[in-house]
Design a protein around this ligand. Structure first.
Ligand code: ATP
Length: 514
């Protein structure tokens, strides 16, 4: 059993492999760094998360539609979007450990350490003063907190100035001044900082003279921008409206060490919401609230999510924040919400020479809409669900079980149908039940090993319902249904099985809450 977060994360990673959720890509060739494959249960869970996002964003909104654009795009797209010139991360190497780091992440981690000191002070004071505690007042008057906050503000200011001016020397100096050491070698023997473009390129065309350089898209958003008018016109969309899509994106990440948190090939779920210029801040607020509610709707305990405002805005944004989730390795970005202004559409107008404007019938004029974007990584969302679901439990009888408390509607397999023994007509009866359920739910048949072992196997993949068929089932058409989370069992008529599952699997209530 894991005793700390590091162990818990290691156990979760092994569990994902052992139970067919995630494998390393091309494992028989020793794998490919930061590229992963989803196994039989992983693919189901991923699909269910994607469906839940799609239903919440597209199906539940009359004014949001979904598309599926190609991964390859005309190379000028990336010139216009700024990715060729500016989609860089600052990298730095430690000369002793030969490990490579993102300079911005080293600085952010340093700031997080100071933030935790502040949080500790605040929590101590909250405990001491109880209900009469005024957090805001404490934060602005307690000398240790004020001093640490000043340190953070000064670091952020220097970082922002350096990044805005693309002054990599200034970023290096900041790392040196903060006395940041390499976590592996423990030394401050750093190289220069240099900018590194994250896009992968490839060639299209068979003869090398004709071939042109293409990029694997680093975000799905540009496929939406270039289709803005196609969708607006064919769908007769009126502003404000949104275009959503899910799909693969590729980034040649400098550091990719945290399992599926940071991959070189990953999947995004993005929605671009087109609004009237001047109303973007209202919509930015609106989507911030809507998206955090969506995360809350999964029923994770309070305090697992938080907002983090960006200090260094991307070249296209006038406001941006992340929704962070508490992964076993700390609070990290799960989703980004960005007010992208009219940067992208205007740039595509300039580079393509085509107008990308909306005629507003109320104003009787045309304008380039502003855009508020919500962008979430499907793989990171998967990791957050697994992190939250994975439990190592000690049971009353002293035994242990590993269970995945995945929200029922997301579970890869909804019901396992288990004949108590593999004879006397019980397997046939079990198959009859599967035949009723399989049109609506992923089901699994299992007759091998003791019933206890089979329950454990289903717990480990997060199956919420185990339906056991025994000799009594042949007499009175009843079965036992066992619930994953409580391990309680009840006897119900076979013709009630489908309704019982239905009432718990439906995400009508969850989606309404989001
Ligand atoms: P980070 O700061 O972690 O590199 P980012 O700010 O570059 O992320 P965005 O460009 O805002 O990320 O991308 C939107 C979302 O896509 C992120 O919130 C994240 O969930 C996901 N994402 C981005 N890069 C990766 C990656 N390398 N692997 C998995 N998911 C990713």
């Amino acid at each position: 059993m894991a005793t700390n977060n590091d162990d818990l994360f290691k156990n979760l990673v092994s569990h994902c492999k052992e139970y067919g959720f995630i494998f390393q890509s091309s494992e028989i060739y020793d794998g490919l760094s930061a590229v992963y494959d989803y196994g039989q249960y992983g693919a189901e869970l991923k699909k269910n998360i994607r469906d839940y996002w799609w239903k919440s964003m597209v199906q539940m909104h009359e004014n949001i539609v979904g598309i599926d654009s190609a991964i390859f795009m005309h190379p000028t797209t990336w010139k216009a979007s700024g990715h060729i010139d500016a989609f860089n991360d600052p990298l730095i190497d430690n000369k002793d450990s030969k490990k490579r780091y993102r300079a911005d992440v080293l600085i952010e981690d340093h700031v997080s350490k100071i933030e935790s000191k502040i949080d500790k002070e605040v929590n101590k004071a909250r405990e001491k003063f109880g209900v009469s505690f005024e957090e805001q007042q404490f934060r602005t008057t307690n000398s240790r907190v004020v001093e640490n906050q000043k340190k953070i503000d000064a670091i952020n200011e220097r970082f922002k100035t350096g990044m805005d001016a693309s002054d990599m020397n200034a970023i290096r100096e900041l790392i040196i001044d903060l006395e940041i050491v390499c976590p592996v070698s423990g030394t401050r023997n750093w190289t220069e900082v240099r900018q590194f473009n994250l896009m992968f390129s490839t060639q299209m065309g068979s003869v090398s003279e004709d071939a042109s350089t293409l990029y694997l898209r680093p975000e799905t958003a540009q496929g939406i921008f270039v289709n803005f008018l196609n969708v607006q016109k064919t769908g007769r969309m009126k502003i404000p409206f949104g275009i959503a899509q899910t799909g693969k994106a590729f980034r040649n990440e400098i550091v990719a060490r945290q399992f599926i948190f940071r991959m070189r090939e990953f999947e995004q779920m993005e929605m671009q919401f087109f609004v009237k210029p001047g109303t973007e801040m209202e919509w930015y607020q609106h989507w911030k609230e809507a998206r955090i509610k969506w995360h809350y709707s999964l029923g994770f305990p309070a305090g697992k999510h938080r907002f983090h405002d960006h200090i260094k805005l991307a070249h296209y944004a006038n406001a941006a924040c992340d929704i962070e989730f508490e992964f076993p390795f700390g609070f990290k970005e799960l989703e980004g919400i960005h007010s992208r202004t009219d940067f992208d559409l205007k740039a595509h107008e300039t580079f393509s020479g085509k107008k990308l404007q909306y005629f507003d019938p109320e104003l009787n004029e045309s304008y380039v809409p502003y855009v508020v974007e919500t962008s979430i990584g499907l793989d990171r969302m998967f990791l957050s669900v697994m992190t939250q679901a994975y439990k190592e439990e000690k049971l009353e009888d002293g035994s242990e079980r590993v269970v995945l408390n995945i929200p029922v509607f997301l579970a890869p397999v909804k019901a396992a149908i288990l004949p108590l023994v593999k004879k006397d007509g019980l397997p046939e009866k079990a198959r009859e039940i599967i035949d009723q359920l399989k049109f609506d739910y992923m089901c699994q048949y299992d007759e091998k090993d003791s019933i206890g072992k089979r329950y454990r196997r289903q717990d480990a993949i997060g199956t919420p319902f185990c339906i056991t068929v025994d000799h009594q089932s042949l007499e009175d058409n009843t079965v036992t249904i066992r619930y994953r989370d409580t391990m309680t069992q009840e006897r119900i008529a076979i013709d009630r099985v489908k309704n019982t599952i239905e009432s718990k699997v439906s995400y009508r209530e969850t989606i309404t809450a989001s």
